[in-house]
Design a protein around this ligand. Structure first.
Ligand SMILES: Nc1nc2c(ncn2[C@@H]2O[C@H](COP(=O)(O)OP(=O)(O)OP(=O)(O)O)[C@@H](O)[C@H]2O)c(=O)[nH]1
Ligand SMILES: [Mg+2]
Length: 309
């Protein structure tokens, strides 16, 4: 089943179909070693529209153009393969290991951060389900003490997937909840602690300071923790995700990206754009609201899907 899905607001044809129409309007031009200048502009436009962002778009176009000039891209199939390879290479560049870093001595501590409504709590439910399926004992911690509803939402997920739940009082100290959860996990011999945090606008200094404190307190409890700080980004919000990612990464050492709601968009270019902007690996894609709708990130699979979805 494809990860990326077209919704009403985007063109109904796949990215590759659109690219094919413009850039390869005349394949014989390619065969003679080039892409028409006007087509290059249109190719850039289509990639920007698919959320690749300016730096990635310029590089991808440049790479394909260079291959064409060298005579290495003569047919549609070669063009598709070249574009796919460039996208995959970019996702595999820099820091790009999609595997979670696990603690040498359990529990592994994973902190999940992001703006309001990005899909943090849902992701935690899914990730906990995945760990449970591997037979691991999981503690989830509701360090989102902002909203009573947020605490209950995580409690429900914990019950659904068979994770232990630690929650504070509404309005309590989020850092204290994280601290208590690590204690509880250590005492109970749990393998993983996943800490849910309140959604916060990356523009709120006060809330970003609170986030720094949560991370600081965790490190005080366990010097090697958190083992992962995963930033959850809504895949449907376009280039805003890059701005969000930069601010979060400036506040705390983000170690991995989770792009959610890719089932609601065909504009997957944002995944490449944020990876490049931050030099942080994409670790998971969220593709739905159910426990099973979580995909471990695979650059080659994604490069194929982003073009052909
Ligand atoms: N289609 C789809 N919906 C998702 C996905 N992930 C989350 N959602 C939905 O997005 C909404 C927000 O998800 P939450 O997990 O509550 O988001 P959050 O980041 O915890 O939100 P706050 O705690 O308010 O900051 C919910 O309705 C989820 O069901 C996804 O991958 N696909
Ligand atoms: Mg939440």
């Amino acid at each position: 089943m494809p990860l990326l899905r077209r919704t009403g607001e985007v063109p109904s044809r796949s990215l590759w179909q659109r690219i094919k129409d413009i850039a390869l309007a005349d394949v014989t031009v390619l065969a003679r070693g080039g892409v028409k200048a006007g087509s290059i502009d249109q190719l850039e436009e289509v990639l920007l529209e698919a959320d690749f962002g300016v730096p990635v778009t310029l590089r991808l176009v440049d790479e394909v153009q260079r291959l064409a000039l060298r005579g290495a891209v003569k047919t549609e199939a070669e063009f598709l393969a070249a574009l796919r390879a460039s996208i995959a290479a970019s996702l595999k560049g820099g820091r790009s290991d999609p595997a979670l870093r696990l603690a040498e001595v359990p529990p592994t501590v994973i902190v999940v951060i992001g703006v309001n409504g990005a899909g943090k709590t849902t992701f935690i439910g899914k990730l906990a389900a995945r760990f449970r399926a591997e037979g691991r004992r999981v503690v989830v911690a509701a360090a989102d003490t902002f909203r009573a509803g947020a605490i209950d939402q995580l409690r429900v997920w914990a019950g659904r997937v068979g994770a232990d739940f630690i929650g504070g009082q509404p309005g309590g100290d989020p850092a204290a909840v994280a601290f208590d959860a690590i204690d509880a996990a250590t005492t109970r011999g749990a393998d993983v602690v996943i800490v849910d945090t309140a959604g916060r606008l990356h523009t709120s200094d006060h809330l970003m300071d609170e986030l720094k404190k949560v991370v600081r307190v965790i490190t005080r409890r366990r010097a090697d923790a958190p083992h992962e700080i995963l930033l959850v980004l809504d895949g449907t919000i376009g280039q805003n995700a890059v701005a969000q990612a930069r601010t979060f990464a400036a506040a705390v050492p983000v170690s991995g990206l989770v792009v959610t709601k890719v089932d609601g968009t065909a504009k997957g270019g944002i995944v490449v754009a944020v990876h490049e902007a931050l030099d942080v690996p994409v670790k998971f894609l969220g593709a739905g609201e159910q426990a099973g709708d979580l995909e471990a990130f695979d650059a080659d699979v994604f490069a194929r899907e982003v073009l052909e979805a």
